[in-house]
Design a protein around this ligand. Structure first.
Ligand code: ZN
Length: 198
């Protein structure tokens, strides 16, 4: 069964989600929700899905990535759950095209921290620390943004926004340095929202 993924403009995507207690995480309702989110993410297909994207303002997200690309420092990441994440940004910035299942049909260049540290609860409600870099760090920042009511369009270089069709037509394979060489519309704050800071 797949859940409906809500689209930009839906108020729940702009709310700060509420944390879950460990007891709530292990309860059957949330365990079933995690399974439905996994199926919905696979069906989409996507590499991450946050609870607000299915209409629930909860600090819960699922992640799984089977892709590989040296260019984007992308390596496979197994299925896992993060709840109540606290994000710390590492040094360096990476810029790549990024999309979102809740902003269907578009991509844009989004600057993100190249590495991050995330403290969260896992699917059993147990504390975990994730040290990530490359594409995985991007996924984590994207999903944690969702839990704080933020979308990639708040952080993108606005003049790089393209439909998927036009991305394929004009931008696929173009080195990112070339794409952003003519872009001067990045003045966004890379830092996470206050709620995501420790
Ligand atoms: Zn998204």
């Amino acid at each position: 069964m797949r859940l409906e993924i809500v689209q930009v403009g839906e108020p729940v995507l702009r709310q700060a989600a509420r944390p879950l207690s460990p007891a709530e995480i292990v309860a059957p309702e949330v365990q079933q929700l995690i399974e439905l989110m996994r199926e919905t993410m696979h069906n989409a297909p996507g590499v991450g899905l946050a609870a607000p994207q299915i209409g629930l303002p909860l600090q819960l997200a699922v992640i799984q990535d089977t892709g590989e690309s040296p260019t984007t420092e992308r390596t496979p990441v197994g299925f896992h759950v993060i709840a109540n994440p606290r994000l710390t940004l590492g040094d360096g910035v990476a810029e790549f095209f990024e999309g979102c299942l809740s902003v269907d049909g578009f991509q844009a260049v989004v600057p993100r921290a190249r590495s991050v540290r995330v403290e969260a609860l896992d699917h059993r409600g147990a504390p975990v620390v994730i040290e990530a870099s490359g594409w995985y760090a991007r996924i984590l920042q994207h999903e944690i943004d969702h839990l704080n009511g933020k979308l990639y369009i708040d952080r993108m270089r606005g003049d790089t926004l393209a439909t998927n069709k036009n991305f394929a037509r004009y931008l696929a394979g173009v080195p990112i340095a070339e794409v952003i060489a003519t872009s001067d519309v990045w003045s966004r704050d890379l830092a996470p929202t206050a709620a995501a800071k420790k």
